[in-house]
Write a protein that binds this ligand. Structure first.
Ligand code: HEC
Ligand code: HEC
Length: 327
């Protein structure tokens, strides 16, 4: 009798453990954005197959400028001194060839296009200048220069297999779901210390190559980072980029950050100081501002604080309601 009872008890424990494991799996699949490794995601063409003629050389030069931007345009740039020392590739992983790495898959297929931020139809050149002035906190490059032509040629080449108007899976920044509370810089600080600091430094300042030609680990805030008008300053862009790409050495493994941690660490990063550069012509129609654009005026009654950190669902819902009402 006693034996029977103890084995019954052992079975009970085993069943409870199985239920706990199943539950954690279910919970995960509901709340977590899966890191896809899907077969129908975009694949960049192979740079090694480029011919060694004038066109091939121009495209290769464009790629080189995106990988090593700082050598040419950084604080000690060999062509001009225009930027903060970051490389385009710091935010467009593998020169924009990596799906989900803020890739350049859909540049050639969708530009020129109308964008709400500028309120005009933008060319590829215009979009490049945007990242020069905001993400690289710098000045624009001559639109007739060989360098501009090379980068444009690279974008056209890398997107050459994408049909006009299409955005294949893995293009640009791939969004992750909102969490249903405000993102929390204090919690994010802990995430930062545990997962990011070992590369990006305890003050988010990054680490330069010994010869200062560029960053081994780029800065996340401070005077050498992107400015407050850059795309990554919007928390939804930053959280999604982090989710799919950081920590940089772990993304191939399954141990990625939970969504909540990605939002919180993004909140911590945007709560830190950086260059305050605003463009007065941005968002000419205020009702087109994204829910996470952190600067007033707004077409709704939510605060700048809520537009910066969330919760975003109420803002989104109010926006949809208003849209439906004006239809
Ligand atoms: C600090 C990060 C950062 C750096 C550095 C950076 N970019 Fe970007 N770039 C972004 C973000 C964020 C977006 C917007 C992506 C989105 O919202 O989907 C973007 C968008 C773009 C786009 C449009 C992509 C599309 O699919 O619409 C182009 C083109 C581009 N960047 C070119 C460049 C070039 C060229 C450089 C270097 C001169 C550069 N970027 C440097 C963050 C950066
Ligand atoms: C193993 C080192 C490493 C770790 C850990 C790491 N990163 Fe990065 N991070 C990089 C590198 C390298 C790049 C630039 C990628 C490139 O140039 O190819 C980068 C780029 C970035 C960028 C875009 C460029 C910029 O400077 O704004 C952001 C944002 C970022 N990391 C955030 C994070 C966050 C948040 C964490 C922690 C969750 C983290 N990283 C952990 C190495 C790391």
């Amino acid at each position: 009798m006693r034996e029977l009872r103890s084995s019954w008890f052992a079975w009970l424990i085993i069943v409870v453990i199985i239920i706990m494991i199943l539950n954690s799996f279910l919970h995960r699949s509901v709340n977590e954005t899966p890191i896809t490794n899907n077969n129908n995601e975009w694949q960049a063409p192979d740079i090694n197959l480029l011919p060694h003629n004038d066109e091939g050389n121009l495209i290769r030069y464009g790629r080189e400028l995106i990988v090593n931007t700082s050598i040419y345009f950084g604080p000690n740039g060999t062509i001009a001194r225009l930027t903060n020392g970051m490389n385009c590739q710091n935010c467009h992983v593998e020169a924009g060839a990596k799906p989900f790495g803020n890739s350049f898959a859909a540049v050639a297929s969708t530009y020129p296009k109308y964008r709400d931020r500028s309120g005009r139809v933008e060319s590829i050149e215009f979009r490049i200048e945007d990242c020069m002035e905001r993400s690289l906190n710098g000045k624009s490059i001559d639109s007739n220069s060989k360098e501009m032509k090379a980068m444009v040629a690279y974008f056209k080449w890398i997107g050459k297999n994408v049909k006009h108007g299409e955005r294949p899976m893995g293009s640009g920044i791939v969004e992750i779901p909102f969490i249903n509370r405000a993102a929390d810089p204090q919690k994010g600080k802990t995430v930062f210390i545990n997962n990011c600091q070992r590369c990006h430094g305890s003050n988010g300042e990054g680490i330069l190559f010994p010869d200062s030609t560029g960053y081994i680990y780029p800065p996340l805030w401070g005077e050498h980072s992107f400015n407050i008008s850059a795309g990554l300053y919007r928390i939804s862009r930053l959280a999604a980029f982090i989710k799919y790409n950081m920590p940089f050495d772990l993304t191939q493994l399954q141990s990625t950050l939970p969504d909540e941690d990605a939002w919180d660490v993004a909140a911590y990063i945007i709560s830190q100081p950086r260059t305050e550069k605003r463009f007065i012509y941005d968002w000419p129609k205020i009702e087109t501002k994204p829910v996470d654009y952190p600067f007033a005026p707004y077409a709704d009654a939510f605060s700048e604080q809520q537009h910066k950190y969330g919760p975003f669902l109420p803002i989104q819902q109010a926006k949809e309601k208003q849209k439906a009402a004006t239809k």
